[in-house]
Structure formats: structure tokens, C-alpha cells
Design a protein around this ligand. Structure first.
Ligand code: ADP
Ligand code: TRP
Length: 322
């Protein structure tokens, strides 16, 4: 199995990112080959500040290492350090129908809101396809929101292969069951753009504050409640041990449990759950040159593979051998 995924460096990781995407990267890092990269070229479509992008890029690498990504197991690198991907992107763009990209969410949503989109956002899925195809990846762990992009990648690769021969491996998306949609503090899907996040690396006091703000309903304390449909319980079950969850679920069903008490239990469980990652993060952040070295050697590895695939694609469509 050859695994690949990318993460955009656009801000601090929240629980949705961790439980929806990053846990899967960690599980799959022991595959025959696993490539994980920081998608700074994609982030350029939204982050238009030089210092912020550079800082977020290093931060994203530190976050992944803190969560337990092992650079001896997986190749970790920065997208723009592999220029072959951008070269490959052009080859793919030339065969991509406009209609296919017009149907993609990010572009469609922006247009529907009457906002002007740039060509970078429009062609975003093609760059993502190049990311995936450049390493002959067959498995792409992603959150549900990325499924459309993987389908687009398969379409583009399939039509290239049809025209020029079997050049690309067709990838499959892998979505984590269960925690595919982590709710935010307002009960909607947790997302930076909704301002409803719980940040993994907020200090315990900051985290507690975010938890205390979680919206709850006004049903009386005495009333029995269904834990499965409750935001607080859903979040609790992500960070608390199984027995504690069972106990909490029973107390929900019995009634008599106040939301304030659940919030306190949630804050305590979260603090314990993320303590190790937080300590690891402090450690990696204190030695950024070690992180840069990991990224550079990751990029060297990644380029080796990407060059091979690019040459194969260039030869197939007549760019070499003239
Ligand atoms: P945001 O919505 O905060 O901008 P991103 O789009 O940067 O987050 O998310 C990066 C990845 O994290 C996504 O591909 C998705 O898999 C995962 N993710 C984000 N929010 C959630 C969520 N609420 N539940 C599950 N997974 C999520
Ligand atoms: N678009 C992805 C996201 O926003 C990030 C990404 C870029 C990616 N290239 C990729 C994910 C290739 C998987 C494979 O989350």
C-alpha cells in the first residue's frame, strides 16, 4: 500500500482536523510507503501573507511530529519543495474539462456567494490530483469533504491513461469511520470558517474556556437524555476512556446530570488526552532546525519518486524523445 495525504497550513489544528484526518495518517504511517506533506501551494489560495504562510508551514510540520508522525516511518515534506508536482499539474490541466472543475465545491460555493474566485482556486483540484499521482499513491486518507477531489483525481488520471497509455495509478480515498464529522462548539460541523473550533494545542485554561462556551439546550437537569445526539457527549467520547464514556452515557439516560458537570469532565478528559502531544509539541518547537532537516530529507525522497513519475508522463505525451 502506498499512502499519501496533504494538510493545508492555514492555522492551528482543531479537534476536527485531529479526529477527522490526522489520526488516520498516524494509523497508516506504517504502510509500505507513506507520504505526508504540508500543502503550502494550496494554502496560497487563501493565505496571502508571507510571514504567516512560512510560520504556518513550519507549525504544521511541528504539529504532525507532535501527534506522533514518525519521520523514520513516513516521508514528511513541504509541497513546494517538490517542483515536479507543479510540472505534472500542467500536463494534467491540459486534459481537464472546465465542466469538471466548475462542479467542485470550493469553487462552486464561492461563486454561489457572488465572490470572485481566482484561477488558483478553480484549478485547486488539479494540483491535488498531481500531488496524488506524482507518487503512484494508491490510498489517500482524507476527511469526507475531500472525497470529491479524489474522484476528480481518478477522472483526470483515467482520461490521461486512456489517451496516453497506463501512466498513472488510480488512487482510492480512505475515510475514517465514526469520527467523520466532529461537531463544533455550536453543534455544527467544527470548522475554522465557522469560528466554532476547539484547538488541540490551546493551553489547558484556554481549552477549558472554549469548552465552557459549548452551546447546550435548556432541557431540565432531571430529564433523561440521549447521549448519542448530544454534542458534549459526542466530544467526550472522543477523548475519554471507554469505561468513563459508558458511565457518562448511563448517567445521561438516567437524568439528573447537569451540562456544567459534563463540561468539567470533558475539559479534564481533553487535558489528559492531549497532554502528551502538547509536551511533544513544546519539544519539537524548541528545535526548529531539526524539523527543517526532517522536511528537507523528506523532500529529497519525495522528489526522487516524483521525478520518475513525471518523466513517465512527459514521455507518454510526447514532451521528450523529439
Ligand atoms: P476547516 O474546515 O477548519 O477549514 P480544513 O478544511 O483545513 O478544516 O480541514 C482539514 C481536514 O480536517 C479535512 O480534510 C477534514 O478531513 C478534516 N476535518 C476538518 N473539520 C472536520 C470535522 N469537523 N470533522 C471531521 N473532520 C474534519
Ligand atoms: N485539499 C486538502 C485539504 O484541504 C489538502 C490536500 C492537498 C490533499 N493535496 C492533497 C489531501 C492530496 C490529500 C491528497 O484538506
Amino acid at each position: 500500500m502506498r499512502v499519501l495525504s496533504g494538510i493545508q497550513p492555514t492555522g492551528r489544528p482543531h479537534w476536527g482536523n485531529y479526529f477527522g484526518a490526522i489520526t488516520q495518517y498516524l494509523e497508516l504511517q506504517h504502510a509500505d510507503q507513506a507520504f505526508y506533506f504540508i500543502a503550502n501551494l494550496h494554502a496560497l489560495t487563501t493565505v496571502r501573507d508571507q510571514q504567516a504562510l512560512a510560520q504556518y508551514t513550519l507549525d504544521a510540520a511541528i504539529d504532525l511530529l507532535a501527534f506522533g508522525l514518525d519521520p523514520d516511518e513516513a516521508v514528511l515534506f513541504v509541497q513546494s519543495d517538490v517542483p515536479e508536482v507543479s510540472q505534472l499539474c500542467w500536463l494534467l490541466l491540459t486534459g481537464t474539462p472546465m465542466g469538471l472543475l466548475e462542479r467542485c465545491h470550493a469553487f462552486k460555493d464561492k461563486k454561489a456567494k457572488g465572490l470572485s474566485a481566482d484561477a488558483g482556486l478553480f484549478t485547486y483540484p488539479v494540483l491535488q490530483a498531481a500531488d496524488i499521482l506524482a507518487y503512484d499513491s494508491d490510498t489517500v486518507p482524507v476527511g469526507e469533504d475531500q472525497l470529491q477531489h479524489i474522484e476528480v483525481c481518478r477522472d483526470i488520471a483515467g482520461s490521461f491513461n486512456h489517451k496516453f497509455g497506463e501512466v498513472f495509478v488510480l488512487p482510492r480515498a480512505k475515510v475514517l469511520d465514526g469520527s467523520a464529522r466532529v461537531p463544533g462548539t455550536d453543534g455544527e460541523k467544527m470548522s475554522k470558517s465557522y469560528g466554532n473550533t476547539l484547538d488541540v494545542f490551546a493551553d489547558p485554561a484556554g481549552q477549558r474556556k472554549q469548552i465552557m462556551r459549548i452551546a447546550t439546550d435548556s432541557r431540565p437537569v432531571d430529564q433523561p437524555k440521549d447521549p448519542e445526539t448530544d454534542t458534549l457527549y459526542q466530544l467526550y467520547s472522543l477523548v475519554a476512556p471507554a469505561e468513563a464514556c459508558q458511565e457518562m452515557a448511563d448517567r445521561y439516560r438516567q437524568g439528573g446530570l447537569g451540562y456544567g458537570e459534563v463540561k468539567k469532565a470533558l475539559a479534564a478528559a481533553a487535558e489528559t488526552f492531549f497532554a502528551e502531544a502538547r509536551a511533544q509539541r513544546d519539544d519539537w518547537a524548541s528545535r526548529p532546525d531539526d524539523v527543517r532537516e526532517i522536511l528537507q530529507s523528506g523532500a529529497a525522497w519525495a522528489r526522487k519518486k516524483a521525478r520518475e513519475v513525471l518523466q513517465r508522463a512527459q514521455a507518454a505525451c510526447g514532451l521528450t524523445g523529439y
